[in-house]
Design a protein around this ligand. Structure first.
Ligand code: NAD
Length: 477
């Protein structure tokens, strides 16, 4: 028996939860439930996060959370419960299966059946942004080795459990050689542990184009947060059945499962909503906690029901549907089909036996880290880089030589092009031509800059790790 937390949410939430639990119970899922209140009522009671401390305690105790959609009240100040939950519980993986149900749901991609595994915690979503000059704001893209290892390993383990054959990695390491380079490198390293699974890599732009054109060529695709956010919506949309999809948010300790749609307040309370999205989330939950056979049985019963043409109003289509049913009647039809397998749609077969076993991240031994220089970022309203270089040369710190100036990453000194457009945000790189750099040199550079009236807005240390440069060069070098 697994004790899980459920939240019935707002709008259509309670009715789709009732339908989903009915199916889980009829299929013999070994579950006990603790119900918590989240969403609109909690927000409107003055709690800006939409969830009470007591509810958090229950979620953390049970570790598995099945959540109906909630309504976020209009107006400022209310925090997204989904974002808060992901961050607080360390739900690092977002899993979104995108499968066509052709010919029962219209799509241009009848055989599409892929799963997006999106890193959920880091990348540009770390939410670290700063305005540094009048004209420039920065958002930090943080990619960590544990973040990459956890998500990539999850993608491979997922492929194993769900009987999938190939894992593809999307990245943009032709441009972001360090951050996306790490993601790609970790993918290659972990792929070696799964020789039975085919692997491939695409640069994200052409990869996304291939999804839009021929999604059937993909199986499981793993990618960093921002790419996954965008690509998973595209992929779900082109199945033609975005309203039928569920998603899982997985952490090392806790996990949350839900439908991808919202609370649809306009149709609430009328027994017409489609419970399939939440049911799909619940099926992922059962597989996650090791009740894999029951997950498989329900999924095959659900496919059979769709194939029989027993449809809720949102997908009802006279040419393929045989019966228009309400929320609860749809659930009853799925229950009647427990034990059956679809004929036309592909029946699912999941790996039985246990829940996924994910190796915990192990920190690697520290590498040899050497300081070899510094980038001084300067707010300067001039336009001619040679003028700035003249000022920077006056900083005169021993063995600290200006090697280049870039503006938005493009080298503008020495030998810049007068055509290059420059903002007020300049990176001035210093290196020691004779060897290593010191923190004292950095402090002296900053002290001298202050005396000269140069506005240093930040510094970045330049390191070699195990003798290799671990920073980007200026474009144009
Ligand atoms: P929505 O997904 O609720 O509705 C979009 C359209 O799809 C509507 O026409 C709706 O009637 C229909 N629809 C959605 N789910 C359906 C279902 N199961 N069966 C039949 N039709 C369905 O999106 P929205 O209207 O933009 O948002 C409504 C509310 O939901 C907002 O308050 C929003 O903040 C919230 N929301 C919550 C979540 C979540 O809790 N995870 C996600 C998205 C939106």
């Amino acid at each position: 028996m697994t004790r899980i937390t459920i939240a019935k949410g707002d709008g259509i939430g309670p009715e789709i939860m009732e339908a989903t639990l009915k199916v889980l119970n009829a299929a013999g899922a070994a579950l006990e439930y603790d119900e918590i209140e989240v969403g609109e009522k909690v927000y409107l009671s003055g709690n800006t996060s939409g969830i009470s401390n007591e509810a958090w305690d229950i979620i953390r105790r049970n570790k598995v959370f099945l959540k109906s959609p909630i309504t976020t009240p209009q107006g400022g100040g209310y925090k997204s419960l989904n974002v808060t939950t992901r961050k607080f519980l360390g739900l690092y993986a977002n899993i979104r299966p995108c499968t066509s149900l052709h010919p029962f749901v219209q799509t241009k991609h009848p055989t599409m059946d892929l799963v997006i595994v999106r890193e959920n915690e880091e990348d540009l979503y770390a939410g670290i942004e700063h305005q540094q000059t009048d004209e420039v704001i920065q958002c930090l893209k943080l990619i960590s080795r544990p973040g990459c290892e956890k998500i990539v390993r999850y993608a491979f383990e997922y492929a194993k459990q769900y009987g999938r054959k190939k894992v593809t990695c999307f990245s943009k390491d032709n441009i972001m050689k360090q951050t996306d380079g790490l993601f790609h490198q970790v993918f290659n390293e972990i792929a070696l542990e799964y020789p039975e699974i085919e692997t491939e890599h695409w640069i994200i732009d052409i990869g996304a184009a291939l999804i839009a054109d021929s999604p059937e060529r993909f199986d499981v695709i793993v990618m960093a947060n921002l790419y996954g956010d965008i690509v998973s919506d595209i992929a779900a949309q082109i199945t033609g059945s975005v309203g039928l999809a569920g998603s899982a948010n997985i952490g090392e300790e806790c996990a949350m499962f839900e439908a991808i749609h919202g609370s649809a307040p306009m149709i609430a309370g009328q027994n017409i909503a489609n419970p399939s999205g939440l049911l799909q989330g619940a099926i992922q939950m059962l597989a996650h906690i090791g009740q894999v056979e029951i997950a498989e049985t329900i999924q095959n019963a659900w496919l059979t029901t769709i194939e029989q043409g027993i449809h809720t109003a949102d997908i009802y289509n006279e040419s393929v549907s045989t019966k228009k049913v309400g929320t609860q009647e749809f659930a009853d039809a799925v229950i009647d089909n427990l034990g059956k397998k679809p004929g036309e749609l592909k029946a699912v077969i999941y790996e039985k036996g246990s829940s996924m076993v994910l190796k915990k991240y192990e920190r690697k031994p520290a590498r040899n880290k050497e300081l070899v220089g510094v980038d001084l970022f300067i707010h300067w309203a001039g336009t001619n880089p040679n003028e700035l270089a003249d000022k920077i040369h006056q900083l005169t710190v021993e063995s600290a030589e200006l090697s280049m100036i870039t503006n938005r990453g493009i080298k503008v000194y020495p030998d810049g092009f007068p055509e290059t457009f420059c903002t007020d945000h300049w990176r001035c790189r210093f290196k020691n031509p004779n060897g290593l750099f010191t923190k004292k040199q950095i402090m002296d550079l900053m002290g001298n800059a202050e005396e000269l009236g140069l506005d240093v807005i930040k510094t970045e240390n330049l390191y070699h790790f195990d003798g290799k440069p671990a920073f980007s060069l200026g474009q144009g070098q």
